[in-house]
Design a protein around this ligand. Structure first.
Ligand code: F3S
Length: 391
């Protein structure tokens, strides 16, 4: 793999042991995947931030590092809201360990935004190379924005953040981004909500596995594509999808005559398969914001909750920057008794483990909650979730 002079010096240890280790990670990855060079990145999003997932050894490793990140970098959601952890039922012992993880990243120069929606916080452009970790963020960046990132592990995203580059292979290369399977969707009758797209993603992920799908016959908005990509990345290993007539690369691929949808295998998802996922099981809490809510979703939640009071715990998750930019909306939501938490989410926080049944509007959360929280998950539309929490 080609390395420039500076990269060679870093690899030789001339810029310190941590940078040398980080360069070794990138070069090792590049060799395994046949990268020809390193490519500069615009930003990094680093997984391995919740103490629930990285534990004691991960924290020790972070504390052993001595360098600063070279590009804007944020974290994945952590195990609790930083200031309001007691309200989420988090133990002091966990909170102290979680704060030690945050402090370790802070020392490395990582911005303490802990979110799977970094694209709401700073501009990410079409064609930018990135090193992002969280699977739904990766799917959104690649598909909806047209940026380019592989799905990085925590250590490789951190290595890329510190070096400012990532090995150029996989989804960093245009030719590897062409659709490999077509998915024709028979939409349910009536208005399709983001939760329906989450359910479509849940079903499609199982069928397409790690191939790149192109969806036909649908017109999702950005929140719906966010939900669909997140679920597909959870039940499959989809890091990039296209939607015919909607996502930005489809037009480019057609212009370059690089796409022949007719020649692809076609999978069909029928309306009744989607509806079947919306089963009615008892729940004792409702959680919204997987992936973290957009401004628009917070507005909708506020209007659905207007004049209502919660009768069971209702948790809403969003990025700290999004919560701060929507203070009045968040205050209106919390007047109902709902809690809007930043930094964390329903899956990575141990605070959700005490519930037996959790209602969500997310195909990804429905897929992860049974294993990660030990609870039953039920999918509903945003409207149905609010009705359940205020019945
Ligand atoms: Fe984000 Fe947590 Fe869902 S990281 S995509 S809210 S599982």
């Amino acid at each position: 793999m080609f390395l420039d002079n500076d990269d060679e010096k870093i690899l030789a240890g001339e810029y310190g042991e941590t940078r040398q280790k980080m360069m070794e990670i990138l070069v090792g990855l590049g060799k395994v995947f046949g990268a020809g060079e390193l490519v500069p990145i615009a930003s990094a999003q680093i997984a391995g931030a919740s103490y629930k997932t990285i534990g004691k050894w991960g924290l020790e490793w972070l504390n052993s590092l001595d360098a600063r990140v070279a590009v804007p970098s944020v974290l994945n959601p952590i195990g609790m809201p930083r200031e309001r952890w007691e309200e989420m039922g988090i133990s002091r012992e966990f909170a102290e360990r979680q704060m030690a993880v945050i402090e370790a990243y802070h020392r490395l120069g990582v911005r303490l935004e802990c979110t799977c929606t970094p694209y709401y916080l700073s501009i990410t452009n079409y064609g930018d190379h990135l090193a992002w970790s969280e699977s739904s963020a990766v799917a959104y960046a690649n598909s909806v924005i047209g940026a380019r990132t592989n799905r990085e592990g925590g250590p490789s995203a951190l290595a890329a953040a510190i070096i400012g580059k990532t090995p150029k292979y996989g989804l960093h290369i245009f030719d590897n981004r062409l659709p490999q399977v077509a998915v024709r969707v028979e939409m349910p009758e009536g208005n399709a909500h983001a939760a329906h797209y989450g359910a479509i993603g849940y079903l499609a992920g199982k069928e397409v596995g790690n191939r790149i799908p192109i969806f036909l016959g649908m017109r999702p908005n950005r929140d719906s594509m966010k939900a669909m990509g997140a679920a597909m990345a959870a039940t499959g290993a989809v890091a990039l999808f296209h939607v015919d007539g909607i996502t930005p690369e489809v037009r480019v691929m057609r212009q370059r005559s690089r796409m022949d949808v007719e020649a692809l295998e076609t999978i069909t998802i029928e309306a009744d398969e989607i509806e079947k996922l919306f089963t009615d099981v008892p729940v004792d809490a409702v959680a919204i914001g997987c992936p973290h809510c957009s401004d628009r979703q917070l507005d909708t939640i506020a209007s659905l909750l207007s004049g209502k009071t919660t009768t069971k715990p209702l948790f809403i998750f969003a990025a700290r920057g999004v919560v701060q930019a929507n203070r009045h909306t968040v205050a209106a939501i919390e007047r109902s008794g709902a809690k809007v938490f930043e930094d964390t989410c329903m899956v990575v926080s141990p605070g959700m483990d005490r519930f037996r049944g959790i209602m969500v509007d997310s195909g990804k959360a429905a897929s992860y909650i049974p294993n990660m929280c030990g609870s039953v998950a039920r999918i509903g539309t945003l409207d149905e979730c609010i009705r359940e929490a205020t019945a």
